[in-house]
Design a binder for this molecule. Structure first.
Ligand code: FAD
Length: 384
């Protein structure tokens, strides 16, 4: 089932990940600690700057290279959630930033000196209905004054910069609901304690996610990305890459569960023979393999379209849906095959089981993908 794409990257990532075994991740999970050593190792090896053009110090590779990195991290039993956004959040600056903004930030992001891995969109009252965000940036001379609240903003405590979506014109005053939003680059180093408060949210997984409170935060007007009012469209651009990369993480998770499930099924003896001799144990694993393989093809397809600069919104969404469901099915079967041991922390199955569940909800939930397919592909009436 293994992909042939980027074998050298895959091998190098697998070697690096071998230095961070289950024990490492288990310890962090227990105490909800950020994987600093792992993130530093990935940064030093250049794996987080694969998408940054060479002129800014990155490797200038296509999205497929990044999918290979993240898939291998997840296949090894690790988790890319602590730093995956460092790979793609910079895309907003790269595609829509001014030459000055690119020159100022991208080399530091490429070297890892600057962490640009916080992406502030979701709000407690708006939910998935992004056009209803109410965090507002009011222009005041050469700065914006930001007030409002965001939720589920991951890695905010581990980021120097954040790409923040705000309203700059009230929804009632624009023709299209998606107009009137803007993207600001917030320097967290200056903002925290001076208009920005970060409150960590403890969740069922070790994912450094937070709630943000903006109280008259001043952001220099020069930190506006692109044109005022076009922010929603800039954010949408980056979402395809994000969905494809998260789908690749699911494929990695799926392979992890298959590797572990098959090994355990061969090894575990009950009633005088290995449990893997029973078709009741074989078939769910075989089905999981089929589903993960099919989803991986959709991830490859979406990646190829993205790399060719073709429209890929539907394919990126479908890849994310299929991959998140395939990894979840594989997780469930792997846990079942492990019997009671599936619940023991030391096997890493229960941790990965919890971790892979996230992807049916974030970065976009399954229903919203189905709704996209229903209305945009099948031409059914809009339901909202
Ligand atoms: C651990 C974690 C990390 C995250 N990191 C970030 C981050 O870094 N930055 C960021 O901006 N956001 C982040 N998010 C937010 C994430 O993108 C949202 O949680 C996700 O998009 C779902 O939105 P919601 O939670 O507001 O759910 P809601 O929009 O409230 O939806 C709740 C449920 O209702 C369903 N639903 C809603 N409307 C409809 C409809 N019309 N028809 C059918 N079903 C519907 C949804 O599918 C969902 O299952 C993160 C979330 C989590 C849990």
């Amino acid at each position: 089932m293994d992909h042939v794409s980027h074998p050298e990257i895959r091998e190098a990532v697998a070697r690096l990940c071998a230095r961070f075994p289950g024990e490492y991740w288990r310890g962090l999970d227990r105490d909800r600690v950020y994987p600093t050593e792992f993130v530093n190792a990935l940064t030093e090896a250049g794996f987080l700057s694969v998408l940054i053009p060479e002129e800014y110090g990155g490797s200038g590779l296509g999205l497929g290279a990044a999918t290979a990195v993240l898939e291998e991290i997840h296949r090894s039993g690790g988790n890319g959630g602590a730093c995956h956004a460092q790979i793609y959040t910079m895309g907003c600056v790269l595609r829509h930033g001014s030459p000055e903004q690119k020159a100022r930030y991208l080399p530091g992001v490429a070297s890892g000196e600057i962490r640009l891995q916080a992406f502030g969109v979701t709000e407690p009252t708006a939910g998935t209905d992004t056009t209803r965000i109410s965090t507002f940036a009011r222009r005041d001379g050469d700065r914006y004054i930001v007030n409002g609240q965001k939720i589920w903003i991951s890695r905010a405590e581990h980021s120097d910069l954040m790409v923040l979506l705000v309203r700059t014109t009230p929804r009632e005053d624009v023709k299209r609901a998606s107009d009137g939003m803007s993207v600001l680059l917030v320097d967290m180093r200056e903002a925290v304690g001076d208009g920005l408060t970060i409150r960590p949210i403890r969740t069922m997984i070790n994912h450094a996610t937070t709630e943000l409170f903006f109280d008259d935060l001043a952001v220099p007007a020069e930190n506006l990305i692109g044109e005022e009012g076009r922010g929603f469209h800039y954010i949408l651009d980056g979402m395809n890459a994000e969905r494809i990369l998260i789908a690749a993480e699911c494929i990695g998770d799926g392979k992890f569960f298959l590797d572990r499930g098959a090994a355990y099924a061969k090894d575990r003896k009950v009633f005088g023979r290995s449990i893997g001799e029973n078709q009741g144990v074989q078939f769910p694993l075989a089905r999981a393999h089929v589903q993960v393989s099919a989803a991986a093809l959709m991830v490859d397809h979406a990646t190829a379209l993205f790399e060719a600069d073709q429209p890929c919104g539907t394919e990126a969404n479908m890849a994310k849906l299929l991959a998140s469901e395939a990894s979840w099915y594989a997780a469930d079967q792997c846990l079942q095959i492990h019997g009671g041991f599936g619940f023991a922390e030391e096997y890493d199955i229960e941790r990965k089981f919890r971790e892979t569940r996230l992807y049916q909800v974030a970065p976009i939930s399954t229903n919203l993908i189905l709704s996209h397919v229903a209305t945009h592909v099948l031409g059914l009436p809009k339901s909202f």
